[in-house]
Design a protein around this ligand. Structure first.
Ligand code: ATP
Length: 559
């Protein structure tokens, strides 16, 4: 397929904001790519499936260089255009458009060529690779028409702007493969296709299996991440019993971060966060504990990693170990400074068996059979099974006293549903007023804080859209040694800037923060229609991405 064809789809998508129209455009296009389902990644603005952790590593700076070299215009000129247009894709389109007459672009660009060159970018690392990377992009730009250049650059820097989120893609697959006749039918298909995606986390595979009528073939496979099951909140113990049934299992809700430990048939162990990041290298201690204390040929285990103080052995809140998630150096040192314990609470694959349809009590029994617990290394989540409110309240107090966040209540009979917040388990926590939100815009400070981003627009999620819900400028520290500082957050956000307008910048929505607030008010200022009053940044959540943030529906429940 020619690249031009997919660019036509991008253009159509850009010309409408209506979800139904976008679904129609996409579903028609899907009909044409049955022989090359990988084209779906380009629709998502990527070149790999969602579970794949490879990155292209193309910065704004490198794209500017590539545009300059490909067109023979100076970098200063390109930067000037960028300041004016605020979008490097548009810059490439404009400059290549104006150069078109002077150079003859003979070769037609194919989807395959774009995928191949962009994928190669992820394989290049270290010294001397800059020129190779430039070469790969320039080669594409040389054969690109102006509009194609726009989308090549946007894909390379990971900011497509066209907005094909996972909900939209799922609906388009349904429309293209099933053509549902009414809402009821559509809902049934949503359930089936979403379920398949949550296991596979690869839209190309989901599309291929859907149109070949082989969705049932999608299963779990250790080594490939799946979406974790999520839990709604219960108001109190009675509410928890009402949702999960009686008797129920109650477990400590550990204050750490979620991981899925995978061991494949060959014995290879991988650790994924809930945003599907592979953090195996960062946690050699967990790999060791898994090897030594879990007896099984292959598995996918769901667990919470909790930090503790190496001297006092006191459990620490999540924030204390959060730096271990992204840290790529001094791993050995950090492992000693910030030791962790693995609290295992579920298993969804055991030897060659997929367990997601098994009852929770059954899955827990398997865990009890295969795990040899060792305190401060690997333990099973502390659990009681009861139908008595009093017993639960006592257990809740114990959890809080031991420094944990509260309890999880779980239905004994329920299966595991990857990616869903279905209520097979609920969380019970003391009243808290905070949400995980994603930073979408920011503003540079003035005076003493010039050069630092000091005010941040935070957004919640509504289906595939991100909606602003407030501006936050407190909670951060001046000095790096005191905690999350302006400087640290600025450093992280600067890498993600996609547009600049004076002191304001727009960033890729990748940094998730927990924001505390006092109350929520109606507000015409923000696109969500609501504003958090007195918001304050509590912590970074490097283990989460924009799909894990609070939804508008959840926020409205707290009003
Ligand atoms: P929170 O901010 O309260 O952690 P969340 O919305 O980010 O909630 P939820 O899935 O709703 O995430 O809450 C459950 C989280 O609690 C899990 O994702 C997991 O990380 C953690 N957790 C700790 N202990 C347990 C346990 N025993 N069983 C299940 N989850 C647990």
């Amino acid at each position: 397929m020619e690249y031009e064809e997919i660019c036509g789809v991008y253009q159509q998508l850009e010309s409408t904001t209506k979800g139904l129209e976008k679904t129609k455009i996409l579903s028609e296009f899907l009909g044409k790519i049955k022989s090359c389902p990988e084209t779906i990644y380009l629709l998502q603005g990527k070149v790999f499936p969602d579970y794949d952790e490879r990155v292209l590593g193309i910065s704004q700076k490198l794209s500017i260089k590539a545009i300059a070299k490909a067109t023979g215009i100076s970098e200063t000129e390109v930067i000037k255009e960028f300041k004016h247009l605020g979008d490097l894709g548009k810059v490439a389109e404009k400059i290549i458009g104006s150069k078109k007459q002077s150079v003859l672009f003979s070769k037609k660009l194919t989807v395959k060529k774009v995928l191949t060159n962009l994928r190669k970018l992820s394989e290049l690392e270290g010294k001397g690779t800059v020129n190779k990377k430039l070469g790969l992009i320039i080669e594409l730009l040389h054969s690109a028409k102006p509009a194609q250049a726009k989308y090549i650059i946007r894909t390379a820097i990971g900011d497509m702007k066209v907005g094909v989120g996972s909900g939209l893609l799922r609906d388009a697959i349904i429309e293209s493969c099933f053509k549902p006749k009414n809402i009821k039918q559509k809902k049934e298909y949503i359930e089936i296709v979403q379920d398949a995606y949550n296991k596979s986390t690869d839209f190309a595979e989901v599309f291929e299996k859907t149109h070949k009528n082989k969705l049932k073939d999608i299963s779990l496979s250790p080594g490939k991440p799946v979406k974790v099951m999520l839990f709604p909140k219960a108001k109190d113990v009675e509410d928890a019993f009402r949702i999960v049934g009686k008797p129920a299992a109650f477990e400590f809700k550990y204050d750490g971060f979620r991981v899925m430990i995978n061991k494949d048939e060959k014995g290879d162990i991988k650790i994924f966060t809930r945003r599907l990041d592979n953090v195996t290298k960062q946690f050699p201690d967990i790999v060791r504990y898994a090897k030594e204390h879990i007896k099984a040929k292959a598995y996918i285990i769901d667990a919470e990693v909790v930090g503790y103080d190496p001297k006092t052995k006191q459990y620490q809140p999540f924030q204390a170990i959060s730096q271990r998630i992204k840290r790529k150096y001094d791993i050995k040192k950090l492992e000693k400074q910030l030791p962790v314990e693995l609290n295992v609470f579920d298993i969804i694959f055991y030897n060659s068996k997929n367990l997601i349809s098994e009852k929770f009590e059954q899955r827990r029994k398997i865990l009890e059979k295969i795990i040899k617990p060792a305190k401060y290394k690997i333990v099973l989540a502390e659990q009681i099974i009861t139908n008595k409110k009093k017993k639960v309240e006592k257990f809740f107090d114990k959890a809080i006293k031991e420094g944990q966040e509260g309890l999880m209540a779980k239905s004994l009979e329920a299966p595991y549903k990857p990616g869903a917040r279905v209520g097979y388990g609920v969380k019970l926590k003391p009243e808290d007023k905070d949400f995980d939100l994603v930073i979408t815009e920011a503003e540079y400070g003035t005076g003493k804080r010039a050069g630092w981003l000091t005010s941040f627009d935070v957004s919640c999620r509504h289906e595939d859209k991100l909606l602003e819900i407030g501006k936050v400028s407190t909670g951060l520290k001046e000095k790096e040694s005191e905690g999350l500082s302006f400087k640290e957050l600025t450093k992280k956000l600067k890498k993600l800037i996609v547009e600049e307008h004076g002191r304001k910048v727009k960033v890729k929505p990748e940094i998730v923060v927990t924001v505390q607030y006092q109350n929520i008010q109606k507000s015409p200022t923000y696109s969500s229609g609501w504003a958090l009053r007195f918001p304050r940044i509590k912590q970074l959540r490097p283990d989460r991405n924009k799909e894990d943030i609070a939804t508008l529906t959840e926020i409205k429940k707290e009003v």
